[in-house]
Write a protein that binds this ligand. Structure first.
Ligand SMILES: [Zn+2]
Length: 185
């Protein structure tokens, strides 16, 4: 399932927006939601954003974000296709300023030790069964490769950056995901 920190089932699109993890820890997952332009599905704009090739003239919103240098390890599209941009042993740039209570420990800078997974969607549009199925398969594969990633160590962008971010939003059904992860524990 994983080879040299790449998912063999994922389509690979290399993002330059990555660097070394400071201590090599890979111990949690941050889920996100994204659509570009907002509310539009099936475009190539997310891949373009993560590869610094988004045309700022393509849409008014693109002009605001085209110079961002961001990425995630994975994108799960509406049809369940999985795209990988960054190998898991490298640090992708998805969480931004962020804080997490890891047991007794308050930790910042979640990019350092998390895997970032984007789901194509919006906060209010139900995510598709094909996406939950793909996500569950990915999480099971990740747990196999990085045993520290247990179900309680799945979080969302809104949870770790609550004043800035709302994704993956109320549309994301955490209970449904956890039911699909019975093989995961
Ligand atoms: Zn996010």
């Amino acid at each position: 399932m994983l080879e040299d920190h790449w998912l063999d089932a994922a389509r690979r699109v290399m993002s330059p927006n990555a660097n070394a993890r400071p201590v090599g820890e890979i111990s949690a997952v941050v889920l996100h939601g994204i659509s570009l332009p907002p509310g539009k599905f099936g475009t190539d704009a997310i891949e373009r954003l993560f590869t610094n090739t988004l045309d700022p003239a393509g849409h008014p919103f693109f002009a605001e974000i085209a110079t961002l240098r961001v990425s995630a390890h994975l994108l799960i599209r509406r049809d369940g296709e999985v795209v990988q941009f960054v190998p898991f042993d490298r640090r992708a740039w998805h969480a931004g300023r962020s804080v997490w209570h890891d047991g007794q420990c308050r930790r910042e800078g979640l990019n350092d030790f998390t895997i970032g997974i984007e789901l194509e969607g919006t906060d209010e549009t139900p995510y598709r069964a094909s996406q939950y199925a793909a996500l569950a398969a990915v999480l099971i594969a990740l747990r196999g490769a990085y045993p520290a990633i247990t179900p309680p160590r799945l979080t969302g962008h809104a949870h770790i950056a609550p004043l800035r971010k709302t994704d993956p939003g109320p549309a994301f059904d955490w209970a449904y995901l956890h039911r699909r992860l019975t093989d995961f524990v």
